[in-house]
Design a protein around this ligand. Structure first.
Ligand code: DGI
Ligand code: FE
Ligand code: FE
Length: 192
């Protein structure tokens, strides 16, 4: 079935608590603003934002089952469950909601970890997820200020914040998260 924007919004919002839907609306709004600011496609950015957390509240067992059944990232299974909703979200976007655009699917897939060589749309959606108006964590205002002029500076600060938070709680860090962060720093150094 082809989903209109409104049908997609209805389908996704019914799969999460009201508060998470508020977050998603914030990411949609912010992703559009950032896309316009930094030259990404606002329609693609909003579509990725609508779907980015579609699987966030699915039972962990179901996420695990889908990862195995559909041979999604084997490596991710060895890391924190919090990371799984992004990979499953991209799969669901494609196979349940008929999204065919590879850029949109990748922006969903990498919205939590990032990746080496993040594309413009990946960066916009990932940063929107960090700084949407409902987010409140130490340093978020700094990220918002950086985002006024640099997508990469703001996103690097976002990754630093996540990694710092994980370190402080002695959590295991997914290697791709660190690689994504290092790669952004390299891009910033190369452009300075
Ligand atoms: O889904 P959201 O809450 O909107 O945001 P998100 O998709 O960025 O997920 C954030 C969660 O994922 C948060 O609890 C931290 C966790 N996370 C992100 N990267 C890593 C990670 N957890 C571990 N253990 N390792 C990571 O590399
Ligand atoms: Fe997420
Ligand atoms: Fe999110």
């Amino acid at each position: 079935m082809e989903y209109s924007r409104e049908e997609l919004i209805e389908a996704v919002s019914s799969q999460m608590p009201a508060k998470r839907w508020e977050h998603t609306k914030g990411v949609m709004e912010t992703a559009v603003i950032l896309a316009k600011r930094f030259g990404a496609d606002p329609v693609k950015a909003e579509l990725a934002a609508i779907l980015h957390d579609v699987a966030k509240y699915w039972p962990v067992q179901k996420l695990h089952q889908m990862m195995v059944e559909h041979a999604l990232s084997e490596e991710l299974l060895h890391y924190d469950k919090q990371l799984w909703h992004a990979e499953v979200g991209a799969f669901v976007a494609e196979h349940e909601y008929g999204v065919t655009d590879a850029e949109v699917l990748d922006a969903i897939r990498y919205h939590t970890s990032g990746r080496i060589g993040m594309k413009l749309l990946d960066k916009v959606v990932c940063l929107a997820d960090y700084m949407e108006p409902g987010r409140d964590f130490p340093g978020v205002n700094n990220i918002r200020e950086l985002a006024n002029h640099s997508l990469e500076e703001a996103l690097a600060a976002g990754f630093d914040s996540t990694i710092g938070h994980l370190l402080s709680r002695r959590q295991i860090i997914f290697p791709l998260t660190v690689q994504a962060r290092n790669d952004l720093i390299k891009q910033l150094e190369a452009n300075s």
